[in-house]
Structure formats: C-alpha cells, structure tokens
Design a protein. Structure first.
Length: 72
C-alpha cells in the first residue's frame, strides 16, 4: 500500500534525510521518501501491517526531530 502524508514542522533537509533512512530500515517498509521542500512523506509498506508500521514510523521520526508531526 502506498500513501502520502503531510508533515508539519520539518525544519531541515538533513533531518528529513535522517528520518528517511530510519523509516527505510523498519521491517515491512518497501520504500519511503521524505521531501523537505514539499513537507511530505511518501511510504510504500505491507498492507496488512500498515497501521503498526506507521506507529513505528512516527516514533522513528520523533527521535530525529521531536517537534515534527506526521498528519495521519
């Protein structure tokens, strides 16, 4: 399943790259891109575990930038 999510308070391109790398390492994620310019997360993950995977994505992103939120 591929979905796009809007991100809020993503402050720098370096943080976006770190988040993207962390998200790609999560089990069940096929691909992920985080665009600093558009403030969007595009993720392709396993359908039957998508909600659980998104919870892990939120945690991974908060570790890099605590103020950033993913609008799910």
């Amino acid at each position: 399943m591929k979905k796009v999510f809007k991100m809020k308070d993503l402050d720098c391109a370096n943080c976006a790259a770190k988040m993207e790398n962390a998200v790609k390492k999560i089990d069940g994620v096929n691909s992920a891109t985080i665009s600093f310019m558009t403030q969007k997360l595009t993720i392709d993950a396993v359908d039957d575990r998508f909600d659980a995977i998104m919870q892990e994505v939120v945690k991974a992103c908060r570790k890099v930038e605590p103020d950033c939120t993913i609008l799910i």
